[in-house]
Design a protein around this ligand. Structure first.
Ligand SMILES: Nc1nc2c(ncn2[C@@H]2O[C@H](COP(=O)(O)OP(=O)(O)O)[C@@H](O)[C@H]2O)c(=O)[nH]1
Ligand SMILES: [Mg+2]
Length: 223
């Protein structure tokens, strides 16, 4: 917390290529800082940090209005069309230590597409990657962002119907992160009210975690 009436939350987006990580980062920041577009190759090849401006009307603590600042680290995908797993992991790890080493990470957002099924192999690889990156307490610090919620809705799925039809792979992942998930339509979150709803949900997860943060160290400090 920078001063008594301001709170900063530190987030990182992780996941496969073309899931909407960069778009989700932009949605949360209310900006277009991160390059996000359709491409046959992974668009993002290095980490970059984006900052929101001061946001009011989202959070009150101890009877006082707080302004919120959001920081999002956009990351290259894993799997990546060019980079190896080790390259992505080392790049993300050192960016986390560099940007959030002091203040700590509030939440890693695992970005999955709501309009595509989550298959067991893909899920296992992703969880292993997050575990290697965040360590044994990864479940406390991970929430799932289900992007392309607009497509699921177009196909006739309400959130409830979607979860009812979801494969056990997704359901057990959601259960392992204590049901910290948010459906996200990146095209709609440009609307201020939609973005406020998403930010309030993230703050609820952070509060449920007692505002704990994960402090990540540079690889050489781990040795
Ligand atoms: N319809 C829809 N398209 C999305 C959504 N999120 C991302 N996209 C599109 O998906 C493509 C890939 O997004 P991008 O953010 O570059 O994915 P990344 O590789 O995971 O960073 C872009 O064309 C986005 O406009 C969403 O919620 N709904
Ligand atoms: Mg990207």
């Amino acid at each position: 917390m920078a001063d008594s009436n301001e709170m900063t939350i530190n987030l990182v987006v992780l996941g496969r290529t073309q899931t909407g990580k960069s778009a989700a980062g932009n949605s949360l920041l209310g900006s277009s800082d991160f390059a996000s577009h359709c491409s046959p190759r992974s668009v993002t090849t290095c980490c970059s940090l984006g900052h929101s401006c001061r946001i009011s009307g989202i959070i009150r603590r101890k009877g006082h209005e707080f302004t919120l600042r959001v920081r999002v680290l956009d990351t290259p995908s894993y799997p990546h069309s060019v980079l190896s797993k080790e390259q992505v992991r080392d790049t993300v790890r050192s960016a986390l230590a560099h940007h959030f080493g002091e203040e700590g990470l509030h939440l890693a957002l695992l970005v999955l597409r709501a309009d595509l099924p989550l298959c067991p192999d893909e899920c296992d690889h992703t969880i292993q990657f997050i575990q290697e990156l965040l360590g044994p307490t990864w479940k406390d610090f991970t929430a799932v962002l289900l992007t392309h919620a607009d497509k699921a809705e177009e196909a006739g799925f309400s959130e409830e119907a979607y979860l009812h039809s979801a494969p056990s792979t997704l359901l057990s992942l959601l259960s392992s992160v204590q049901h910290k998930y948010i459906f996200l339509d990146n095209q709609r979150t440009i609307i201020k009210e939609e973005r406020a709803i998403v930010l309030r949900k993230l703050l609820t997860f952070i509060r449920q975690n007692n505002y704990k943060v994960l402090r990540l160290k540079h690889s050489k400090e781990l040795k």
